[in-house]
Design a protein around this ligand. Sequence first.
Ligand SMILES: Cc1ncc(COP(=O)(O)O)c(C=O)c1O
Length: 273
Amino acid sequence: MESLAELEVLNQLAAGRGKRAPVALRINPNVDAHTHHYITTGLNENKFGINEQDLPAALRMIAGSGHINLIGIHFHIGSQITDLSSFEDLCVKVLELREWFHTQGIALPVINVGGGLGINYQHPNHCPVADFESYFRLFEKYLKLEEEQTLHFELGRSVVAPCGSLITRVVYLKEGIQKKFLIVDAGMTDLIRPALYQAFHHIENISSERPYTRYDVVGPICESSDVFAQDFLLNESQRGDLIAIRSAGAYGETMASTYNCREIPASRFSDNI
Ligand SMILES: Cc1ncc(COP(=O)(O)O)c(C=O)c1O
């Protein structure tokens, strides 16, 4: 639950069904994730989570609600976090807040630290697996659990992003004044991260072993931001070549849209690598 207003709605819904809803409060810990500001979610200026100063009011509301069962606290400070010290800061904050809940006479069986672990978008072939080892070791070291307390994670990107590529075909090559544009048939509607966050995705021509040359790899949509990469070194490419835009297994298809009358891209799954 992210806000007092949501708690009220949930209480009403649970009351209507004659049930008690188990709830973890999502708290905004004011911890900087040191990632792109569009995917930073745990600072006071962000819209997510209940601010610390509103916690007493949330507890009063829950105490008087009748249909809400507080079982834990929840955090999610952001995404694509590669500076693991942000998670260390989160652990310090979680322990501080757990102590505060104790002073209110509340035990918390569930602690949920959200997701956020980043991946290496630059080198998907050399670093195909996120640094899960350091990540989990950090929580083990800094977040000592109490008896009967369980720690929950909600990792998304780190698990699935490296497993998917957006495969697209070169429609044609356009010689600009200073640049060569490689126009492909995928666009920002299929993978919006570069247009939305200026995100980097590694790109490969999987049809060509010709010498390398630099291209702006762009989509066919009538938007100047419909660009996957600028001045990117690719094997010389031509109409019909297949291009793989890597690390698209997370926040690709899920953020796809039908803008400009485009279709949602088809997904194909395979166990072969
Ligand atoms: C509440 C919450 N938990 C977990 C995640 C997954 O984050 P990530 O993919 O960075 O691991 C998100 C992503 O938006 C989220 O909003």
